[in-house]
Design a protein around this ligand. Sequence first.
Ligand code: SF4
Length: 463
Amino acid sequence: MMTPLSMPTEKGLATATQPVPTLRRGACPSLTTPMQTGDGLLVRLRPARPGLAPAGYISIARLAAEHGNGLLEVTARGNLQLRGLKDETVAPLAAGLAAAGIDLNRGVAVETPALSGLDPDEIADATQLSAAIRQAIAGPLSMLRLAPKLSIVVDGGGRLNLADMVGDIRLDAVRRGESLFWRLSVGGDVRSGRPVAAVADRDALPALAVLLRVLSGMGTAARGRDLDAGALRVALGAMAVDVDFPAQPAFPPSPIGRHAIGTRSVLGVGLPYGATDAVTLERLMRGLAGLGATEIRLSPHRVLLVLGLSAGAVDAAASLAERAGFWTRADAPGNAIAVCAGAVGCASGTFDTKAVADQLVLRAPGLLDGSMIVHISGCAKGCAHPMPAVLALCGRMDGIGVVFGGRSEDSELATLSPETAGRAMEKLATLVREQRLKGETVRQAIERLGAGAIADIVRQGRQ
Ligand code: SF4
């Protein structure tokens, strides 16, 4: 029999049904559909407000320890994940979040830059359009059948814009004179997405509704990559206009580190390998509050943005975060590694992923120039980096598979043991250093060297 669950929504408490754990990769883990992982159930939270006070994070940390295993993660898209829950602890977690006044967004993810509305350099405040989109999807468009993991990126620009975030549908702000336009594209980031058309600000929501109706007509498996950009432009009719757009738009800097946003000092604090534990998070939040922090915003790239610090307090806050094990430098080598919980935090993991990541940082920092992400995955599921990576180390029954230019489940070039992984990566770093052409990034060098050379050097490293 179904039991009621009090679940926070944008409008406060609503009644939901008993959570239904899912193993489906295409599903989005939430309080109503937590995902079964090797260390229990995982829930992904998207707070409705752009930022929470440090006390809000302390509440979340305590709830994570009380109802889960105390591990918390910030994902590459800037969502918060709690791990190690059980069937019977999901409802108390939801009630605890509601009691703490933490409302959550549900359904289709509508992503905006973390500092929307605060950055004087942004082209438009994306929060207004994103709120209208959420209301439309919850209201007049609620009959549409959309993919559970569908994401809409509304990028108003600014220093920490979302140019590098892949979305099923993107709306990028463009200003021409006094007029605001939104450039619609599908199935990619601002560079790789296929452009549909620009639309005037007043037409942004109706134009998006056209795209969503087309997607709905294609079924719940349809994603932005399945859309025909040319046909969509035709479907937009008179709403479609042509507006010049940079051919190669710039990607934002890393959110980790110090940022001057107008008159504000903002500190980006990176979670080491995207994860922390409840005790450490509470300690960080208490320290930041003591230094004057008033608000913490979740950011893509596994970062917490600290607001409210005076210019003089930023260094002290950075030192505090470093002492607690967090990263405050954009060039920290670990930023270039995507790591899942691995065997330490997940029963599906076949090796200690973070220990191998530490080996990579220690023995092969030359591979971590930021031009590519090295994916270290405890098993073939690839939770930390579902897309292809130039280089991935993935758990297999007989060791760690080295995957070149693929997803974690793809065929490996060679297999290493946890003991030989560091040495093999050191040899690869040496090869790249010796063979790299002037001006080449590590990624370009590895791609030029190719699978054969990578396989040879990795095999040498395991001997
Ligand atoms: S990829 Fe990592 S976190 Fe995901 S199930 Fe495998 S071991 Fe667990």
